[in-house]
Design a protein around this ligand. Structure first.
Ligand code: NDP
Ligand SMILES: N[C@@H](C=O)C(=O)O
Length: 268
């Protein structure tokens, strides 16, 4: 793989949408690319364009990340290719139906892609990043991770996992020189909507995908741990997270809180 730089980024879900724009943007930053998705034809077209426009090297790893054997091949690439210094865990899927409408197999499939694959790929690359004292992991969560009321319970739960995982990895790996970013896009114009059964045109206006990724990269360049491109006031997130931290000392007590004590007539 000839290169303009020895830096390489591996992007999952690179055949369309957010992942494809990340590929474009990192190539323009001089990164070589490893593109991962199921649709080889679309990745080849993207690779040819990016090679022509930027001169970077582009490699394609066709893989269905819900198939353990194919996922294992991507894990192995992350473990062994020392040129990969950035992992973008972007591949993901949503579903328009409600919890009771989803079969256990449909739920397992969403979890397999949005949680298992993302986690295993992070686990594959983290030890090498720690040994190098450098590296970055970008995990694509969703604003839905903060909105249990939204009605996308399983999808949102997978994205809440991604947020928590990213915050936890920031705590564990940040002191070792590894940057972990959780990106929480709101509704963005990609194929995920049609893929998961929505008519995008029937929805309120959504963000354009180029705008989303460019905003997420501002957060990346600022080394934000949690990037919420739609959120105008960063203080709202900071206040939310600070309120969480205020609770921490009270979450681990020897005795139940008085408010949970049964007050019997004898005690009264
Ligand atoms: N668009 C939005 O409104 C929002 C999106 N997100 C998140 O952004 C991420 C990217 O989605 P987005 O770009 O919107 O949607 P797209 O559907 O356009 O892209 C999804 C990508 O994931 C890949 N993918 C899907 N299933 C698999 C699989 N089994 N194995 C490997 N790759 C797979 C697809 O490629 P292929 O089919 O070739 O395998 C595609 O490249 C997702 O994690 C999504 O949850 C978060 C918030 C909002
Ligand atoms: N992908 C969208 C919903 O399915 C979102 O995360 O907002």
């Amino acid at each position: 793989m000839d290169s303009l730089t020895n830096q390489t980024v591996l992007i999952t879900g690179a055949s369309s949408g957010i992942g494809a724009v990340y590929a474009d943007r990192f190539a323009k930053r001089g990164y070589n690319l490893v593109l991962v998705a199921r649709d080889r034809t679309r990745m080849e077209a993207l690779a040819n364009r990016v090679r022509q426009e930027t001169g970077v090297a582009v490699d394609i790893l066709q893989a269905d990340l819900t198939e353990m054997g194919e996922l294992a091949q991507v894990e192995e690439r992350l473990r062994t290719d020392t040129r990969i210094s950035v992992l973008i865990n972007n591949a993901g899927a949503s579903v328009a139906s409600s919890f009771v409408q989803q079969s256990p197999d449909e739920i397992a499939k969403i979890i397999s892609l949005n949680i298992t694959a993302l986690t295993r790929l992070s686990s594959a690359v983290a030890p090498r990043f720690v040994e190098a004292g450098d590296g970055a992991i970008i995990n694509i969560s969703s604003a839905v991770a903060l909105v249990p009321e939204f009605g996308l319970t399983i999808y949102g739960a997978t994205k809440a996992f991604v947020l928590f995982l990213s915050q936890g990895l920031h705590s564990e790996l940040g002191p070792k020189g590894i940057y972990v970013q959780a990106v929480l896009p709101a509704s963005t114009r990609t194929e995920i909507w049609e893929r998961s059964g929505w008519d995008l045109n029937a929805l309120p206006p959504v963000m354009e995908v180029d705008d989303l990724v460019d905003a997420a990269l501002v957060g990346f360049d600022r080394r934000e741990t949690v990037t919420i491109p739609s959120l105008p006031d960063a203080e709202q997130w900071n206040t939310f997270d600070a309120a969480r931290q205020v609770m921490l000392p009270n979450l681990n007590q020897v005795h139940p809180a008085n408010r949970y004590r049964l007050v019997t007539s004898i005690q009264e």
